[in-house]
Design a protein around this ligand. Sequence first.
Ligand code: T3D
Length: 264
Amino acid sequence: MNPETLILERHDAVLRVVLNRPERLNALSDQLLRELHETLAAAADDDAVRCVLLTGQGRGFSAGADLRDAASAARPGEPIDFGARLEQTYHPVLRAIRGMPKPVVAAVNGVAAGAGCNIALACDVVVAARSARFIQAFVRIGLVPDAGGTWTIPRLIGRARAMRWMMTGDELDAETAERWGLVTEVFDDAELADRALALATRLAQGPTLALAAIKRLIDASGTADFESQIALEARTQTDVGRSTDTIEGISAFLEKRPPKFTGR
Ligand code: T3D
Protein backbone atom coordinates (compact mmCIF):
# COMPACT_ATOMS: atom_id res chain seq x y z
CA MET A 1 0.00 0.00 0.00
CA ASN A 2 1.44 3.37 -1.01
CA PRO A 3 -0.84 6.07 0.30
CA GLU A 4 -0.28 9.63 -0.96
CA THR A 5 -1.90 11.41 1.98
CA LEU A 6 -0.38 9.38 4.82
CA ILE A 7 3.11 8.58 5.99
CA LEU A 8 3.37 5.02 7.32
CA GLU A 9 6.25 3.99 9.54
CA ARG A 10 6.86 0.70 11.29
CA HIS A 11 8.64 0.86 14.65
CA ASP A 12 8.80 -2.83 15.60
CA ALA A 13 5.18 -3.78 16.36
CA VAL A 14 3.92 -0.16 16.25
CA LEU A 15 2.43 1.19 13.04
CA ARG A 16 2.80 4.99 13.08
CA VAL A 17 0.27 6.62 10.76
CA VAL A 18 0.87 10.29 10.00
CA LEU A 19 -1.87 12.37 8.36
CA ASN A 20 0.07 14.16 5.67
CA ARG A 21 -1.59 17.19 4.11
CA PRO A 22 0.19 19.82 6.20
CA GLU A 23 -0.51 22.67 3.76
CA ARG A 24 -4.20 22.31 4.74
CA LEU A 25 -3.58 21.38 8.36
CA ASN A 26 -4.25 17.74 7.43
CA ALA A 27 -7.85 18.52 6.47
CA LEU A 28 -9.70 15.30 5.71
CA SER A 29 -10.08 14.83 1.97
CA ASP A 30 -11.99 11.87 0.56
CA GLN A 31 -8.68 10.38 -0.55
CA LEU A 32 -7.14 10.72 2.91
CA LEU A 33 -10.15 9.10 4.57
CA ARG A 34 -10.15 6.27 2.03
CA GLU A 35 -6.43 5.66 2.51
CA LEU A 36 -6.76 5.87 6.28
CA HIS A 37 -9.54 3.29 6.24
CA GLU A 38 -7.51 0.94 4.04
CA THR A 39 -4.49 1.35 6.30
CA LEU A 40 -6.46 0.68 9.48
CA ALA A 41 -8.22 -2.34 7.97
CA ALA A 42 -4.86 -3.81 6.94
CA ALA A 43 -3.41 -3.11 10.41
CA ALA A 44 -6.34 -4.89 12.05
CA ASP A 45 -5.56 -8.05 10.07
CA ASP A 46 -1.79 -7.89 10.50
CA ASP A 47 -0.70 -9.84 13.59
CA ALA A 48 2.74 -8.21 13.42
CA VAL A 49 1.12 -4.81 14.16
CA ARG A 50 0.19 -4.71 17.84
CA CYS A 51 -0.50 -0.99 18.28
CA VAL A 52 -1.43 1.84 15.92
CA LEU A 53 -0.23 5.39 16.60
CA LEU A 54 -2.06 8.19 14.77
CA THR A 55 -0.66 11.71 14.50
CA GLY A 56 -0.38 14.65 12.09
CA GLN A 57 2.38 16.10 9.98
CA GLY A 58 3.29 19.75 10.47
CA ARG A 59 1.65 22.14 12.93
CA GLY A 60 -1.73 20.42 13.20
CA PHE A 61 -3.35 17.06 13.86
CA SER A 62 -6.28 17.73 11.53
CA ALA A 63 -8.56 20.70 10.74
CA GLY A 64 -11.49 18.35 10.08
CA ALA A 65 -13.40 17.96 6.84
CA ASP A 66 -11.68 19.50 3.84
CA LEU A 67 -14.21 22.25 3.26
CA ARG A 68 -12.83 23.07 -0.17
CA ASP A 69 -13.32 19.48 -1.30
CA ALA A 70 -16.76 19.33 0.30
CA ALA A 71 -17.83 22.56 -1.43
CA SER A 72 -16.43 21.56 -4.79
CA ALA A 73 -18.16 18.16 -4.65
CA ALA A 74 -21.58 19.85 -4.45
CA ARG A 75 -23.67 20.33 -7.59
CA PRO A 76 -24.29 24.03 -8.30
CA GLY A 77 -27.44 25.24 -6.57
CA GLU A 78 -27.84 22.04 -4.53
CA PRO A 79 -27.05 21.62 -0.84
CA ILE A 80 -24.12 19.38 0.10
CA ASP A 81 -25.31 15.98 1.32
CA PHE A 82 -23.08 15.86 4.39
CA GLY A 83 -24.80 12.75 5.75
CA ALA A 84 -23.99 10.71 2.66
CA ARG A 85 -20.38 11.90 2.80
CA LEU A 86 -20.20 10.86 6.46
CA GLU A 87 -21.61 7.39 5.77
CA GLN A 88 -19.30 6.80 2.83
CA THR A 89 -15.98 8.17 4.04
CA TYR A 90 -15.91 8.91 7.78
CA HIS A 91 -17.86 6.04 9.31
CA PRO A 92 -15.62 3.29 7.93
CA VAL A 93 -12.64 5.04 9.57
CA LEU A 94 -14.43 5.40 12.91
CA ARG A 95 -15.55 1.77 12.87
CA ALA A 96 -12.02 0.68 12.05
CA ILE A 97 -10.65 2.58 15.07
CA ARG A 98 -13.33 1.40 17.48
CA GLY A 99 -13.23 -2.19 16.20
CA MET A 100 -9.43 -2.44 15.93
CA PRO A 101 -8.40 -5.56 17.94
CA LYS A 102 -5.36 -3.73 19.34
CA PRO A 103 -4.80 -0.34 20.93
CA VAL A 104 -5.03 2.84 18.86
CA VAL A 105 -3.17 5.83 20.32
CA ALA A 106 -3.71 9.40 19.06
CA ALA A 107 -0.90 11.91 19.53
CA VAL A 108 -2.48 15.32 18.96
CA ASN A 109 0.39 17.49 17.81
CA GLY A 110 -1.44 20.78 17.21
CA VAL A 111 -4.92 21.94 16.27
CA ALA A 112 -7.58 19.21 16.13
CA ALA A 113 -10.83 20.64 14.77
CA GLY A 114 -14.20 19.26 13.69
CA ALA A 115 -14.06 15.67 12.52
CA GLY A 116 -10.28 15.77 13.01
CA CYS A 117 -10.85 16.32 16.73
CA ASN A 118 -13.47 13.60 16.93
CA ILE A 119 -11.39 11.01 15.09
CA ALA A 120 -8.61 11.65 17.63
CA LEU A 121 -11.08 11.29 20.51
CA ALA A 122 -12.37 8.01 19.08
CA CYS A 123 -8.94 6.49 19.71
CA ASP A 124 -8.29 4.39 22.82
CA VAL A 125 -5.61 6.56 24.38
CA VAL A 126 -5.22 10.24 23.50
CA VAL A 127 -2.14 12.28 24.38
CA ALA A 128 -1.37 15.81 23.29
CA ALA A 129 1.33 18.38 22.80
CA ARG A 130 1.17 21.35 25.13
CA SER A 131 0.34 23.59 22.14
CA ALA A 132 -2.55 21.37 20.98
CA ARG A 133 -5.99 22.97 20.60
CA PHE A 134 -9.30 21.12 20.44
CA ILE A 135 -12.19 22.74 18.57
CA GLN A 136 -15.73 21.49 17.96
CA ALA A 137 -15.69 23.71 14.88
CA PHE A 138 -18.94 22.38 13.42
CA VAL A 139 -21.21 25.01 14.95
CA ARG A 140 -19.00 27.77 13.56
CA ILE A 141 -20.14 26.70 10.08
CA GLY A 142 -23.72 25.89 11.12
CA LEU A 143 -23.32 22.11 11.44
CA VAL A 144 -23.69 19.63 14.29
CA PRO A 145 -20.75 17.66 15.69
CA ASP A 146 -20.25 14.38 13.84
CA ALA A 147 -17.61 11.66 13.46
CA GLY A 148 -18.94 10.10 16.66
CA GLY A 149 -18.41 13.22 18.76
CA THR A 150 -21.92 13.36 20.21
CA TRP A 151 -21.40 9.78 21.44
CA THR A 152 -17.80 9.98 22.58
CA ILE A 153 -17.53 13.42 24.12
CA PRO A 154 -20.40 13.41 26.67
CA ARG A 155 -19.09 10.05 27.88
CA LEU A 156 -15.64 11.55 28.40
CA ILE A 157 -16.49 14.93 29.90
CA GLY A 158 -20.19 14.84 30.86
CA ARG A 159 -23.23 16.59 29.42
CA ALA A 160 -22.70 20.09 30.77
CA ARG A 161 -19.18 20.52 29.43
CA ALA A 162 -20.07 18.80 26.16
CA MET A 163 -23.00 21.17 25.66
CA ARG A 164 -21.00 24.29 26.29
CA TRP A 165 -18.05 23.20 24.20
CA MET A 166 -20.12 22.03 21.25
CA MET A 167 -22.61 24.90 21.30
CA THR A 168 -20.00 27.66 21.46
CA GLY A 169 -17.32 26.12 19.25
CA ASP A 170 -14.77 27.60 21.66
CA GLU A 171 -11.32 26.12 21.54
CA LEU A 172 -9.90 24.13 24.46
CA ASP A 173 -6.22 24.21 25.20
CA ALA A 174 -4.36 21.00 25.96
CA GLU A 175 -4.24 21.55 29.70
CA THR A 176 -8.00 22.06 29.91
CA ALA A 177 -8.49 18.98 27.72
CA GLU A 178 -6.39 16.99 30.17
CA ARG A 179 -8.21 18.39 33.20
CA TRP A 180 -11.57 17.56 31.62
CA GLY A 181 -10.49 14.01 30.73
CA LEU A 182 -10.38 14.31 26.94
CA VAL A 183 -6.69 13.44 26.93
CA THR A 184 -4.67 11.50 29.48
CA GLU A 185 -1.27 13.18 29.15
CA VAL A 186 0.15 16.44 27.86
CA PHE A 187 3.81 16.58 26.81
CA ASP A 188 6.05 19.46 25.83
CA ASP A 189 5.86 19.87 22.06
CA ALA A 190 9.43 18.72 21.47
CA GLU A 191 8.78 15.53 23.47
CA LEU A 192 5.42 14.49 22.06
CA ALA A 193 6.63 12.27 19.21
CA ASP A 194 9.07 10.28 21.38
CA ARG A 195 6.75 10.02 24.39
CA ALA A 196 3.81 8.91 22.25
CA LEU A 197 5.96 6.32 20.48
CA ALA A 198 7.25 5.06 23.85
CA LEU A 199 3.67 4.64 25.06
CA ALA A 200 2.63 2.92 21.83
CA THR A 201 5.67 0.61 22.06
CA ARG A 202 4.75 -0.32 25.60
CA LEU A 203 1.19 -1.15 24.53
CA ALA A 204 2.52 -3.10 21.52
CA GLN A 205 4.54 -5.25 23.93
CA GLY A 206 1.44 -5.98 26.03
CA PRO A 207 -0.87 -9.03 25.93
CA THR A 208 -2.67 -7.92 22.75
CA LEU A 209 -5.66 -10.27 23.12
CA ALA A 210 -6.27 -8.97 26.64
CA LEU A 211 -5.92 -5.35 25.50
CA ALA A 212 -8.45 -5.92 22.71
CA ALA A 213 -10.78 -7.53 25.24
CA ILE A 214 -10.41 -4.58 27.65
CA LYS A 215 -11.51 -2.33 24.79
CA ARG A 216 -14.57 -4.51 24.05
CA LEU A 217 -15.51 -4.70 27.75
CA ILE A 218 -15.24 -0.97 28.35
CA ASP A 219 -17.28 -0.23 25.25
CA ALA A 220 -19.92 -2.79 26.24
CA SER A 221 -20.22 -1.26 29.71
CA GLY A 222 -21.75 1.89 28.22
CA THR A 223 -25.08 0.14 27.66
CA ALA A 224 -24.87 -2.91 29.94
CA ASP A 225 -26.36 -3.40 33.40
CA PHE A 226 -24.08 -4.63 36.19
CA GLU A 227 -25.14 -8.29 36.02
CA SER A 228 -24.66 -8.54 32.26
CA GLN A 229 -21.32 -6.79 32.50
CA ILE A 230 -19.88 -9.15 35.12
CA ALA A 231 -21.18 -12.09 33.09
CA LEU A 232 -19.42 -10.70 30.02
CA GLU A 233 -16.23 -10.22 32.06
CA ALA A 234 -16.36 -13.87 33.11
CA ARG A 235 -16.89 -15.14 29.54
CA THR A 236 -14.13 -12.88 28.27
CA GLN A 237 -11.77 -14.01 31.03
CA THR A 238 -12.38 -17.64 30.08
CA ASP A 239 -11.41 -16.87 26.47
CA VAL A 240 -8.44 -14.63 27.25
CA GLY A 241 -7.28 -17.01 29.99
CA ARG A 242 -6.63 -19.65 27.31
CA SER A 243 -4.06 -17.45 25.59
CA THR A 244 -0.34 -18.13 25.45
CA ASP A 245 0.16 -14.67 26.94
CA THR A 246 -1.75 -15.63 30.09
CA ILE A 247 0.44 -18.70 30.55
CA GLU A 248 3.49 -16.51 29.98
CA GLY A 249 2.24 -13.77 32.34
CA ILE A 250 1.66 -16.22 35.22
CA SER A 251 4.95 -18.07 34.60
CA ALA A 252 6.86 -14.79 34.50
CA PHE A 253 5.29 -13.72 37.80
CA LEU A 254 6.19 -16.99 39.49
CA GLU A 255 9.71 -16.92 38.06
CA LYS A 256 10.15 -13.29 39.14
CA ARG A 257 11.03 -12.04 35.65
CA PRO A 258 9.36 -9.59 33.24
CA PRO A 259 6.81 -11.25 30.94
CA LYS A 260 7.51 -11.53 27.22
CA PHE A 261 4.12 -11.31 25.59
CA THR A 262 3.68 -12.29 21.96
CA GLY A 263 0.10 -11.22 21.34
CA ARG A 264 -1.14 -14.82 21.08
O1 T3D B 1 -18.82 16.61 4.02
C1 T3D B 1 -18.16 16.34 5.01
O2 T3D B 1 -16.95 16.14 4.90
C2 T3D B 1 -18.91 16.18 6.30
C3 T3D B 1 -18.12 16.26 7.52
C4 T3D B 1 -17.98 17.39 8.27
C5 T3D B 1 -17.13 17.30 9.48
C6 T3D B 1 -16.32 18.54 9.82
O3 T3D B 1 -15.18 18.36 10.18
S1 T3D B 1 -17.00 20.09 9.73
C7 T3D B 1 -15.70 21.14 10.40
C8 T3D B 1 -14.67 21.44 9.35
N1 T3D B 1 -13.54 22.16 9.91
C9 T3D B 1 -13.58 23.46 10.20
O4 T3D B 1 -14.59 24.12 10.07
C10 T3D B 1 -12.28 24.10 10.63
C11 T3D B 1 -11.79 25.07 9.57
N2 T3D B 1 -10.48 25.58 9.92
C12 T3D B 1 -10.28 26.52 10.86
O5 T3D B 1 -11.22 27.01 11.49
C13 T3D B 1 -8.89 26.95 11.09
O6 T3D B 1 -8.11 26.59 9.98
C14 T3D B 1 -8.28 26.32 12.36
C15 T3D B 1 -8.92 26.94 13.61
C16 T3D B 1 -8.44 24.80 12.38
C17 T3D B 1 -6.76 26.64 12.39
O7 T3D B 1 -6.57 28.02 12.23
P1 T3D B 1 -5.12 28.58 11.86
O8 T3D B 1 -5.24 30.06 11.88
O9 T3D B 1 -4.14 27.93 12.75
O10 T3D B 1 -4.81 28.05 10.36
P2 T3D B 1 -5.43 28.59 9.00
O11 T3D B 1 -4.57 29.69 8.47
O12 T3D B 1 -6.88 28.86 9.14
O13 T3D B 1 -5.28 27.30 8.04
C18 T3D B 1 -4.05 26.98 7.39
C19 T3D B 1 -4.39 26.53 5.98
O14 T3D B 1 -5.22 25.35 6.06
C20 T3D B 1 -5.23 27.56 5.23
O15 T3D B 1 -4.88 27.45 3.87
P3 T3D B 1 -4.40 28.78 3.07
O16 T3D B 1 -5.51 29.76 3.19
O17 T3D B 1 -3.14 29.20 3.79
O18 T3D B 1 -4.16 28.27 1.67
C21 T3D B 1 -6.64 27.07 5.43
O19 T3D B 1 -7.55 27.50 4.42
C22 T3D B 1 -6.42 25.58 5.36
N3 T3D B 1 -7.50 24.88 6.08
C23 T3D B 1 -7.71 24.89 7.40
N4 T3D B 1 -8.79 24.17 7.68
C24 T3D B 1 -9.25 23.68 6.51
C25 T3D B 1 -8.43 24.14 5.48
N5 T3D B 1 -8.68 23.85 4.20
C26 T3D B 1 -9.75 23.05 3.95
N6 T3D B 1 -10.58 22.58 4.89
C27 T3D B 1 -10.36 22.86 6.19
N7 T3D B 1 -11.17 22.34 7.15
